[in-house]
Design a protein around this ligand. Structure first.
Ligand code: G3H
Ligand code: 13P
Ligand code: ZN
Length: 322
């Protein structure tokens, strides 16, 4: 089947109590690892491209890689989505250039300005058969002030969501309930330690999610910053020359719970980066004489496939839903 929008996917995910995985793609091996897992597990998937990915790999290369995946995996629905579109021009360029879904991220702007920019993108996108994800609330990132991340002011304010969705006409809404971008989502002092000495982050704000869902019944909610930062891969990185102290992510049980509620799209990027980097570091450590990129990219691609398979089956619940 050709590239699809996420409309039908989200409807089924909402009703079925599961979420669609949205994985960031930057090169051929990542596209292949993700889509091979989805094909084998019969899972619908969203392949998303950031501004940084377009700058790195070039729009046309990424679109053609995704089109190749569509040809290789005719039995699963695939969406091509712009992740964190920073402005109208970038969204327009992706809409004109073959994407079936875009995100306009004006969440750092004042409420009224966010509405205005999002509405403009929605009008253009809908005229071209493309769907739009918008964002309300501020997610922390590794570069952000941790105090802001911990502060209630950064969470989505449920009392704003109905006005935002009705005025913009957006098709899905990313909200901030305590997830955060990158591999260092929380500082050690924001966490507690379990009996094994592993850092346990503060729980997601399910009360905020439930209040949002009550105000937007049936409406698809999106979670960004939802990597779990698997400690096996952090260990692999650290044992093979890397230095990633105190990297910590979102516990998978909490994402599983969110997927059974109104969350229909869960964004995962850092876990794939960690998988690829850990595998390549280990390869070079064990084979210092090797220099053929195919030899180290092959196990990296294979491990990305297994990381994605685990997400589809054990976290998102979307295996078998294609
Ligand atoms: O949320 C951002 C994604 O992880 C993409 O990251 O901007 O480095 O491509 P990037
Ligand atoms: P992670 O950094 O947690 O993988 O989040 C990715 C993301 O939200 C992409 O938009
Ligand atoms: Zn994001």
């Amino acid at each position: 089947m050709p590239l699809v929008t996420s409309t039908e996917m989200f409807k089924k995910a909402y009703e079925g109590g599961y979420a669609i995985g949205a994985f960031n793609v930057n090169n051929m091996e990542i596209v292949q690892g993700i889509t091979e897992a989805c094909k084998e597990e019969k899972a619908p998937v969203i392949l998303q491209v950031s501004k940084g990915a377009r700058a790195y790999a070039n729009h046309t290369y990424l679109v053609k890689l995704v089109e190749a995946a569509v040809i290789e995996c005719p039995e699963i629905p695939i969406v091509l989505h712009l992740d964190h579109g920073p402005d109208f021009e970038t969204c327009k360029s992706c809409i004109d250039g073959g994407f079936t879904s875009v995100m306009i991220d004006a969440s750092s702007k004042p409420f009224e300005e966010n509405i205005e920019i999002t509405k403009k993108v929605v009008e253009y996108a809908h005229d071209h058969g493309v769907v739009v994800e918008a964002e309300l609330g501020t997610l922390a990132g590794i570069e952000d002030d941790v105090k802001v991340a911990a502060h209630a002011a950064s969470y989505t304010r449920p009392e704003e969501v109905e006005e935002f969705v009705s005025k913009t006409g957006c098709d899905s809404l990313a909200i901030a309930i305590g997830t955060s971008h990158g591999a260092y989502k929380f500082t050690p002092d924001q966490c507690t330690r379990n009996e094994k000495g592993i850092l346990v982050p503060p729980p997601l704000r399910f009360d905020v999610l439930e209040e949002v869902s009550k105000r937007l019944p049936g409406f698809p909610i999106v979670l960004h910053g939802s990597s779990s930062v698997p400690q096996d891969y952090v260990k692999m990185v650290n044992e093979h020359g890397g230095k990633m102290p105190d990297a910590v992510g979102i516990p998978e049980e909490q994402l599983r719970k969110a997927a059974t509620l109104s969350v229909c799209k869960i964004n995962i990027d850092s876990d794939l980066r960690l998988t690829m980097t850990g595998t390549i570091r280990q390869f070079f450590d064990e084979h210092p004489d090797k220099f053929d990129p195919r030899e180290y990219l092959k196990p990296a691609r294979a491990n990305i496939k297994e990381t994605v398979r685990h997400k589809l089956v054990d976290v998102l619940g979307c295996a078998g839903k294609a």
